[in-house]
Design a protein around this ligand. Structure first.
Ligand code: SF4
Length: 479
């Protein structure tokens, strides 16, 4: 036996995996597509899958009709996001089988990327499809807008939602209230101001706010903003003396790497990257990859191009999703694919937020804590992602940071050490406990029965749960 190895082995057996671009010609609709077409961002955008008819044309006759019926029912009754999948992303679903294979439909149902990009009705819970406390803007970002689209939640940083669209729409999008087209279930909020006025108002707020040093430039996805306008915005933010960090949020680095590889974008990034370096500002890209299958050689190339252009770091903020990646092996496979294959830093995994119809994706805080424990020690410390819960009215908290946890009713209580922009005059903001709710189907039977009794009135349920957990804590203290 080699020194340092054990007959039992490690729970996670690391081995270096080479990235592979799946063969897109396995799909009948793309059988004749050339590498040149595939590499063109215009071709990719023009061939996004936007509806069931296009999906059928792409996959051919091999997929069971029942799958399309399942998908259609989801779009009519559950989906909070419309369908929009770039070819690059579509190609990471069932990467090893052609649709003519007899096992393709089952593999498509089980596929991790399909499970969040192309949700079907039978994926969702029927007992509790939504948590009683789920809301459209579950993080209350709009409540904290200091200018339209500019959320000031943390003391030193702001989130600028520049636009409400993305090159791809994720089923679990936390900004489903604003982002994307309306669906039969969700009528989307619309910005009131013209884009130019909205951006002026954001820059004006930054100039007036010396306490803000960090700007997350998001949306939507910045890849949908015409580059000259994005470059202009970044340059204006770079002119604000107090801003020291700018992070550009784009899932398209993985979903549409062709955008970031296109010449105008690379050249433009080189200009703002040089300017940022000269001014001592860290310009970074934050992307959103949820499964190792999405990390392909083109994603690695796009990342390399951005690092070469002067972006200081590319980091990943994935979302922890049951059926996609909520498993230590899947998380570690993804982190190593990002780090070894593409030089993307695993940074965060967010717990899926409490938006409508997300219960089948969400996991409990206890499960998230177990997952955090199970991935410790394999990756370098600087690349070990933190699993975080974005607690309404609080912000991101590491999952082990909870103050109190009622595991029977699935209510965790959290505290905070700063005021958001809506609590400047709230003397109790730092004393209060803030709730986060586990999915009800993960609770013990007693807890599920409690929600069946109290779930119809969420605000009364919150009070009743808090009272019940206080009483339980008191009873434990009694001799
Ligand atoms: S890329 Fe981000 S903002 Fe766009 S749909 Fe996905 S999660 Fe939402």
């Amino acid at each position: 036996m080699m020194p340092g190895t054990s007959a039992l082995g490690q729970p996670y057996p690391y081995r270096r995996v080479e990235l592979v671009e799946p063969d897109w010609t396995r799909f009948p609709g793309w059988a004749d597509v050339t590498s040149e077409q595939w590499g063109s961002v215009q071709w990719q955008r023009a061939h996004c899958v936007k509806n069931i008819k296009q999906l059928q044309a792409l996959l051919g006759a091999g997929v069971a009709e029942a799958f399309y019926a399942d998908l259609g029912r989801d779009q009519a009754e559950r989906a909070t996001m419309s369908m929009l999948i770039p070819p690059q992303m579509m190609n990471t679903m069932v990467p090893h089988l052609p649709p003519s294979d007899p096992g393709f439909t089952d593999a498509l149902y089980a596929d991790p990327v399909r499970r969040y990009m192309l949700p079907v009705f039978s994926d969702r819970r029927t007992d509790w499809p939504s948590h009683p406390h789920s809301t459209r803007d579950s993080l209350h970002e709009h409540d904290m807008w200091v200018a339209e689209g500019l959320t000031h939640r943390y003391p030193t940083k702001v989130l600028a939602e520049l636009l409400p669209t993305c090159p791809q729409y994720c089923g679990h999008c936390t900004r489903m209230d604003l982002v994307g087209n309306s669906t039969p279930v969700i009528d989307k909020l619309k910005f009131d101001l013209k884009p130019v006025d909205r951006i002026d108002a954001m820059v004006d707020y930054l100039r007036r706010s010396p306490g803000v040093r960090d700007v997350v430039v998001s949306g939507g996805d910045v890849a949908n903003m015409p580059w000259p306008r994005l470059e202009d915005f970044i340059s204006r933010v770079l002119d604000v003396e107090n801003v020291r960090d700018i992070r550009l949020a784009t899932k398209a680095l993985a979903g549409l790497p062709q955008h970031w590889l296109s010449d105008p974008v690379r050249e433009g990034m080189e200009r703002v990257g040089t300017l940022a370096r000269r001014r001592g500002v860290s310009l970074a890209i934050h992307t959103h990859v949820n499964h190792a299958n999405s990390v392909t050689p083109l994603v690695a190339q796009a990342t390399r191009a951005m690092l070469d252009a002067g972006v200081r770091d590319v980091r990943n903020q994935g979302v922890l999703l049951d059926g996609v990646n909520a498993d230590s092996r899947q998380l570690l496979d993804l982190c190593f694919a990002l780090l070894d294959g593409a030089q993307i830093m695993p940074y965060y995994f967010y717990m899926c937020d409490m938006i409508p119809f997300s219960e089948h994706w969400r996991v409990s805080v206890a499960r998230a804590q177990e997952l955090q424990h199970s991935i410790m020690g394999y990756l370098p410390g600087f690349a070990t992602p933190r699993i975080v819960c974005d607690v309404p009215f609080v912000g991101k908290r590491w999952v082990h940071q909870l103050h109190e946890y009622d595991t029977e009713r699935g209510v965790s209580y959290w505290t905070k050490n700063y005021r958001t922009s809506i609590e400047a005059a709230d003397a109790e903001a730092l004393e209060r406990r803030y709730e986060y709710y586990d999915p009800i189907h993960t609770l013990p039977e007693l807890g599920q029965a409690w929600w069946r009794r109290h779930g119809a009135d969420p605000s009364a349920a919150a009070h009743a749960a808090a009272r019940a957990s206080r009483e339980a804590a008191e009873a434990q203290k009694e001799p």
